[in-house]
Write a protein that binds this ligand. Structure first.
Ligand code: AHR
Length: 675
């Protein structure tokens, strides 16, 4: 095995001596640069094969990551399904306001007699007693609707006539109900408007295109009715036409692009804890998330708000395809969260065993939906959604951070064996608890060995120093045992802030993943997205509001590793007796032939490094791109609305097989060398 010298393991006596000298030096003045370190890269050797898919992303609908986030829908509670199970003061009319304009009078209530679909049971009944200048409803979206001047928006709703004024001895039941649909500012200025006629007793979809003349960040969508009578309304929606890749029912372009820019090799979805839910029948049922959006089941997600599942399995697979990432769905292992049922710890419950066959069939159906021919039962549903070709699903996660109990093991085994029997081509990824060690980790690994699993999912949220102290974690993992997916990791610094210190600790960890890329197959930072003002978990990789995307230092680390991945690890030896936080890794990208060297300096001083690309002709001159991510100090944080203080700076240069480089204090440097 390759000899790797992490500086924390190097000659202790020498380091103590150096520490004394440094102490003396500090008495007379501050030290400018740590003495030279040697970095020797066996550039002439082929190195070892590593996972070409090491870095991906993990999307969980947490922190309003989906509705109010990546999913481009601008109306909140579009199908009147909000409920107090989500938040105590939520109800089906939450985020809707009754409008009585110019002497109008009427009311709005919730109905369930004639729903659009059984999965979408509630809708609004708008009654107009005195039309005035209009009686209707308004929605301000998620903290206001942000509209861009000159862009196209599609507003739509479903409606039918409940009755006309004949109920009160006026009117005529054959008359349609005239309505106007508008975009307004919050003070009532009309930005765009159209008129429609609602007629008949059958749910009908109405839509209109709007182009706002100016940019407004706190607009609302308003529907007004103009005759005495009543109409039923549901699925009131507003979408920008300019979604990511122009997909209908699509994704917010700037956020999707920020994710795409990481060049993730896979996307894990939909959780996280969201997958198993709190309460045994509260798990995320993928079948509720496909098909026409008005037929999807919305409801409480584990993080305490509503998920429409508008961004469902189809949109997830499509997004993966659009960004060239492998889909990595996770399904429950037939147990609920161990913290469910108001239990603080082992409140895990299993699906009744007589329900397991149907549940297992759902998992098998998911595989058929993703990969089966368009002529198969579930493949036909994928094709009907516009994707006749299979999606090419290869991996499926079963379980998330579950307590490894007999209840869990029995159900996991049933699912695992059924997948193995019906779909031996699919790799099942097991789970080994929520921490980097401990009871569930040990039991999860023992169980993985017993079943001969191909891969398990490890999670750790730890302080930055933990990463530096554990860079050798995977060096001793059994190369013949299950591969590792580090499905969730993040450095939690003081105050759980997105400091440069935390980002560099993650970068250091990623160098160790690269070095162990024959064991660590996948890795994904968590969580990915967080909406400002609606965040249940910090730190996160990307923050956003309605109009801005805020990239953290941690984001840039992921981006630099994602954009500079390789498929072979090249032996890299670092001798740095004076540094306490210095590490490096080298990968080869066989497609471009580029050698990619990453150097992480987590110390507060720069370090001078003599770099030697062994095995290359000494007079060779090579083009290199050097990207440095650093900031004013380790506490540096990119603040919303301010120019980021931590962001990558790229330059090009020529390098020889032996050259010196001074890695700035608190920095990640990526050399991409075209050899
Ligand atoms: O990433 C946030 C949460 O952390 C995930 O849902 C869960 O798996 C973990 O505990």
């Amino acid at each position: 095995m390759e000899k790797y010298l992490h500086p924390t393991c190097s000659n202790i006596g020498k380091r103590l001596g150096v520490a004394l000298l440094v102490g003396l030096f500090n008495l007379v003045g501050s030290m400018a640069t740590i003495d030279a370190a040697d970095l020797t890269i066996q550039a002439g050797q082929p190195g070892k094969s590593i996972s070409p898919d090491l870095l991906g992303v993990f999307f969980e609908d947490l922190n309003y990551a989906a509705d109010g986030g990546l999913y481009a829908e601008l109306v909140q509670n579009r199908s009147f399904e909000y409920s107090p199970t989500e938040q105590p003061d939520w109800h089906p009319l939450k985020f809707w306001e009754l409008q009585k304009r110019g002497g109008g009078d009427g009311s709005i209530t919730v109905a369930n007699m004639r729903p659009i679909h059984k999965n979408n049971p509630l809708y609004a009944l708008l009654t107009i007693r005195t039309p005035g200048e209009g009686v209707g409803i308004a929605n301000s979206g998620f903290d206001g609707i942000a509209l861009k001047a000159g862009e196209n928006y599609e507003a739509s709703f479903r409606a039918y006539q409940a009755y006309m004024g004949i109920m009160w001895g006026r009117g005529d039941n054959s008359k349609p109900m005239p309505v106007t649909l508008r975009l307004e500012t919050k003070t009532g200025e009309v930005l765009a408007e159209t008129s429609m006629q609602i007629k008949g007793r059958v749910w009908t979809r109405f839509s209109a295109q709007f182009v706002p003349p100016r940019t407004v960040n706190d607009a609302r969508l308003v529907l007004l009715a103009h005759e005495t009578g009543a109409i039923c309304l549901d699925m009131i929606s507003l979408f920008p036409q300019d979604t990511f890749m122009g997909r209908p029912n699509g994704l917010r372009k700037d956020l999707a692009q920020a994710i795409a820019d990481i060049k993730p090799k896979f996307v894990r979805f939909p959780g996280g804890c969201l997958v198993h839910g709190q309460g045994i029948h509260q798990y995320y049922d993928w079948k509720d998330s496909i098909g026409p959006v008005e037929q999807r089941r919305s409801g409480r997600n584990l993080w305490g708000y509503d998920q429409t599942r508008g961004f469902g399995y189809f949109e997830f697979f499509q997004f993966c395809e659009d960004i060239g990432a492998k889909p990595l769905p996770v399904v429950t292992a037939g147990v609920c969260c161990q913290h469910g049922g108001s239990s603080p710890n082992r409140g895990q419950e299993g699906l009744p065993l007589d329900e397991m066959p149907a549940y297992i069939q759902d998992v098998l159906d998911l595989i058929e939906w993703a990969n089966g021919p368009a002529t198969s039962e579930w493949g036909a549903k994928r094709a009907a959604a516009g994707h006749p070709e299979p999606f090419g699903l290869k991996y499926i996660g079963v379980g998330n951070e579950d307590a490894i109990t007999p209840v869990f093991k029995e159900r996991f085994k049933m699912i695992y064996e059924a997948i193995g029997k019906e779909h031996p081509e699919i790799v099942v990824i097991g789970t080994v608890g929520p921490f980097a060690g401990g009871e569930d980790y040990d039991n999860g690994w023992a169980f993985a060995r017993e079943l001969k699993l191909e891969m398990v999912d490890e999670h750790y949220y730890v302080n930055p120093q933990w990463f530096w102290d554990n860079l050798n974690r995977y060096d001793t993992y059994d190369r013949n045992a299950a591969k590792v997916y580090v499905g969730e990791f993040a450095a939690h610094d003081q105050g759980r802030r997105n400091t440069l210190r935390s980002a560099l600790a993650e970068a250091a960890e990623l160098t160790s993943f690269e070095r162990n890329g024959d064991v660590v197959q996948f890795a994904s930072y968590a969580p990915l997205l967080a909406r400002r003002g609606h965040t249940q978990w910090v730190p996160d990789m990307i923050y956003f509001d309605n109009t801005n995307v805020y990239r953290t230092a941690n984001y840039y680390v992921q981006q630099l590793f994602g954009q500079n991945s390789g498929d072979r690890y090249i032996e890299t030896r670092l001798d740095a007796p004076d540094a306490t936080k210095l590490t490096a890794s080298t990968v080869l990208d066989s497609v471009s032939g580029d050698l990619i060297v990453k150097i992480v300096n987590g110390d507060d001083e720069p370090v001078e490094i003599d770099i030697r690309l062994a095995g290359l002709a000494s007079d060779a001159t090579m083009k290199a791109t050097r990207t440095i991510l650093t900031g004013p100090d380790a506490d540096a944080v990119n603040e919303d609305g301010e120019a980021p203080v931590v962001k990558p700076e790229e330059s090009t240069e020529s390098v020889k097989p032996a050259f010196s480089y001074t890695a700035p204090a608190n920095s990640l440097t990526v050399y991409r060398i075209n050899k």
